[in-house]
Design a binder for this molecule. Sequence first.
Ligand code: URP
Ligand code: ZN
Ligand code: ZN
Ligand code: ZN
Length: 455
Amino acid sequence: MKYLLKGGTVISGLDTLKADVLIEDEIIKEVGKKIPEEDATVIDVTGKYVFPGFIDAHTHFDLEVSGTVTADNFNTGTKAAIVGGTTCVIDFATQNKGETLQEGLDNWHKKADNRSSCDYGFHMAISEWNPHTSEEVPHMFQEGITSFKLYMTYSSRVRDGEIYEVLKRIKEYGGIVGVHCENGELIDQLIAEQKKEGNFSPSAHPVSRPSCIEAEAINRFLTIAKLVDVPVIVVHLSTKEGFEVIQRAAEQGQKVYIETCPQYLLLDESKYYLPGFESAKYVISPPLRTKEDSQCLWKGLKEDKIHTLATDHCSFTLKQKEMGKDDYTKIPNGMPGVETRAAVVYTYGVLEDKISLNQMCRLMAENPAKLYGLYPKKGTIQAGSDADIVVWDPEYQGKITAANQMQNVDYAPFEGYNIKGRPEKVFLRGQLLVEGGKLLKENQGKYISRKRGSL
Ligand code: URP
Ligand code: ZN
Ligand code: ZN
Ligand code: ZN
C-alpha cells in the first residue's frame, strides 16, 4: 500500500515544515515538497499537523495490583492508545518475587502477543535481585529489553544495596534504569499513624506520601547513581521538591532524565477532598500535589529540563476501587490516561503556550524513542522510519467523558475537560488504523525489540 499525505505541516522535535509524506508499505519513503502522486493513494492533509506516532513509555496493562488485575489488558489498553495517537507503548514486564526475569518476560509476551493494537516493547521491572537474576541480564538485552525498572516503595521494593548492584550490572551493558522514587519504609510508618488516628479515607493517601517522601528517595537514588556513575531516569516525577533535587545533581554534572505525566500537570490534591468515595479515582502513587508543584513541572517542560511525558496508565474500575471503601490502603493505586494524553497535552500545554508543538513532539515521540532505543525506527518522520504517523486535526473540539472512551474504565480522571484537537488519522507501520476517532482494525501491533538508547 502506498499513501501520499499531501499539504500537511510536519512536526519534528526541532522544526515545523510544510511537506508531503510518502508512505510505502510499512515505511516512510520520502518527506519533501510536492512529491509526485504516481500510484499512491493521496490524502489531503492541508491544515493538519503530521506528527510521528506518539510513544507512551509508561503503561501497566494486565498487571496484578492489590489482589486485583488492572481493568485494561493489552487488548483494550492498546486500542485506547492508538485511538489517542499512541502507536507504541513500553509496558512494564514484571518479575514477581520468586520468578526469574525470563519468567516475567514470557508472562508479559503471553499477555501482549497477538492482542495488541499498537506496537509494544517492555521494560523489565525487577523485584528480586540475586546472582541468577544478574546472570540473566545479558539475555534480556538479546530479547530486546534495554531498560529496567525498580520500585523504592510497594511490596516489590528493592533496598539501596540492590539498587546499587542493579545499576552496576545494567551499566555494563549500556542499558538504563528508571526508578519509582518514594521512601517505602517511611510510607508504611505514616500509613500506620493515619490508621491509628482513625483516618481510613482517601484523604489520608496524600498525607501518607508527602513531597519529601519523593524528594528523599530521589536524592538517595541519585546518590547511588552517582557512585555507579551511570545515567538514570526518575519516572513519574510529581513534586517541585524532587525536581529541585534533580536539578542540583544535574548542575553537578550528573545525567538524570525526568519523566512526568499529565495528571501531575493538570490535577491537584484537592481531588482527595471530594465528597463520598469520589476521591478514590485519584488514589495514585505518587499522589496528586499542589498547583505550585504543577507549575514547577510545566516550567521544567518548557525549559527542556523534563524529558518525557508518559501516562503511567494503570486503570481500575470504580468497583475495583471499592475494595478500599473502608481502608484507603486497599484501594488499588493508579488511573487511566493512555487514550487522552495527546489531546490533553495539546489543549492544555500547546494551546496555552506552556510548551511548543515541537516540544510536544519531543516529549511524546522523539525523546522516549531516543532514550529507549527505538530511534530512528520510531519517534520521527524521516525516510526509512516506520510509518507510524498521526494526522492531527487542530480544529476538532470535544469533551472528555467516560461514556465515550475506549479505555476499559467507568470513569475518566479528566471528565468534562474540553478538548481542542485530536488524531484524525493514525497509521501504524503504514496501515491506516484510526479514522475520525474510530479504530478500523485491531491487533495489528508487533513486539518491538529495542536497542540501547541515548538521548
Ligand atoms: O499509582 C500508580 N501509579 N500505580 C502504577 C504503578 C506505579 O507506581 O507506577
Ligand atoms: Zn530467549
Ligand atoms: Zn510507579
Ligand atoms: Zn507506573
